[in-house]
Design a protein around this ligand. Sequence first.
Ligand SMILES: Cc1cc2nc3c(=O)[nH]c(=O)nc-3n(C[C@H](O)[C@H](O)[C@H](O)COP(=O)(O)OP(=O)(O)OC[C@H]3O[C@@H](n4cnc5c(N)ncnc54)[C@H](O)[C@@H]3O)c2cc1C
Length: 447
Amino acid sequence: MTRIYGDYAYSRDVIAGNHWAGAVPDAALEFPPVSTLNRANVVVIGGGYTGLNAALHLAENGVEVVLLDAEFPGFGASGRNGGFCCLGGSRAPDIQLRRFGDPKDVRRAEVAAISHVGALLDRLGIDADRQEHGEAIVAHSPAMARRLPALAEEFAEAYDVQPEVIPADQMTARGMGGRWHGAVSVPLGFSLHPRKYLQGLLQAAIDAGVQVFGHSPVRQIEGVSGGVQVVTDRATILADKVVLATNGYTSENVPDWIRARTLPAQSSVIATRQMSDDELAAQGWTTRQMSYEERRLLHYFHLTPDNRMVFGQRGGLITSAANEARIAHRVRRDFDQVFPEWRHVETPHRWSGMVCLTASLTPYCGSIPGLSGGFAAFGYHGNGVAMGSYLGARLADLVQGKEPQSVLPAAFRTPPPRFPLGPLRRAWLAAEYSWARLTDRSNYAAS
Ligand SMILES: Cc1cc2nc3c(=O)[nH]c(=O)nc-3n(C[C@H](O)[C@H](O)[C@H](O)COP(=O)(O)OP(=O)(O)OC[C@H]3O[C@@H](n4cnc5c(N)ncnc54)[C@H](O)[C@@H]3O)c2cc1C
C-alpha cells in the first residue's frame, strides 16, 4: 500500500504498549483473510468505527455486507484512541462554513454524533466503561484563563448548552488540582473504553450478518461493468457498492481519487499504572471528566474508572522505533510538568496512531467522484470517536439511496481538495507545529 509515512508507523510495534489491549487483546479481533468470495452486495473497507457503523446499519437494513480490514478490525485509530467521545470533527471556522449554509448544522452534527454513540451503546448493551461527565477545557496560563468567559459564551452559542466557568480558586474543590488557572466545563460528551466499544460494535455487526475478514489489504478499487471491483491479495470481488472507511490509514491509490486528499498526523498517548486514592489526592486531580488544555498543541487526558491517567498529545513527523521512543519521552516529560505530584508514577503503556486531516478542515461523507457505487467518510481531525461513528451511519443511509436520517451538513458533503506538495505534504504539519509551539510559548509568556 502506498502511504506517506514509513512502514513503521503502520506496524504493530507502535501498538505493542496499547493500554486498551489489556481488556480486548489484538488476538480477540483477528479474522482470517478473504479468499473464496467473488461477489458481494456492499464491501466495506476498514474495520474502525466508520466502517463498522456503516456495516452494522446496512446489515440491520437487510443489506448483505462484507467488511475487509488490512490487519484486524480496530487495528487503526479506533482500537487505540484516547477514549474521548466528544465534540469535534471539523476544524473549519464559521466564516468558512457559511459558504455551505448555517454553520450551526456542523455543531448540530457534533452533538448528534455524541448522542449517536450513547444511543448505540444503550441499544446494543455494550459496557464500554462510559463516564458521563462532559468535557473540561483547562487554562494553562492566566492569559488563557482570561479568555474562559468568552469561550464559555462561544460554546453556549454554538451548542445551545450552559457551560460553567470554574475559577482558579475553585479548581481543587472540583478535583482539578494542579497548575491550572481555571476551566470551562461543557456538559457534552463522555469518555469510554475505545476497544470495548469497538468489540461490542463488531459483535453486533457480525450478529446482524456482516461477514468480517482480516489480513485483507485492498490493493485496488476500480469501476467495472456491473459494479466495483475490489482486489485483495487472495480474492477479487465484484461489489455493487463500496464503502471506503480507512481514514488516517488510507492508501494514496485506493482509489486514485483519494490521492493527497487526506493528511495523516500521528497522535501519541501514555497511560499510568493504577493509582491509589492517596496518590490521586496528592495531585488533587480526582475528576473523571475528560479534559484538554486550551492551547494549539493540546494535551488531552482523563482518569479511567480504575484510576489510570490516559494522557495524549500530537506525535512526530518521522517514524522509526527511535523516534517513537523519543516522542514517548516527550509526552512523559509534558505529563510530569502537568502533574508534578505523579512524577514517581510509572507509565508502562505508550502507543501512537494516525488521525486524519483534510485541506477543507472538515470531514467528508459522500460518494467517491468518478467511481459509481463508491462512498467514503474520513477526515475527523483527531475527533472521530463520535464523528466517525456518526458519519459511518450516515454513509449507510447514502449507500441505500436514502436521505440522511439525521443532520449531514452540506460542508461535509463537499469533497475536500487535494493538499499541495503531494507525498511531501507532511511539511504542512511541520509548519503548523512550529507556529503552534511559538503561539503556545508566547501565551505562556503573556501570563
Ligand atoms: C492516539 C490517538 C488518540 C485519539 N484520541 C481520540 C479521542 O480521544 N477522541 C476522538 O474523538 N478521537 C480520537 N482519535 C481519532 C479517532 O480515533 C479516529 O478519528 C477514529 O477512530 C477513526 O475511525 P475510522 O474507522 O474512520 O478509522 P480507523 O479506526 O483508523 O480504521 C481504519 C482501518 O482501515 C484499515 N485499512 C486501511 N487501508 C486499508 C485497505 N487498503 N484495505 C483494508 N483495510 C484498510 C486499517 O487497517 C484500519 O483498521 C485518536 C486517534 C489516535 C490515533
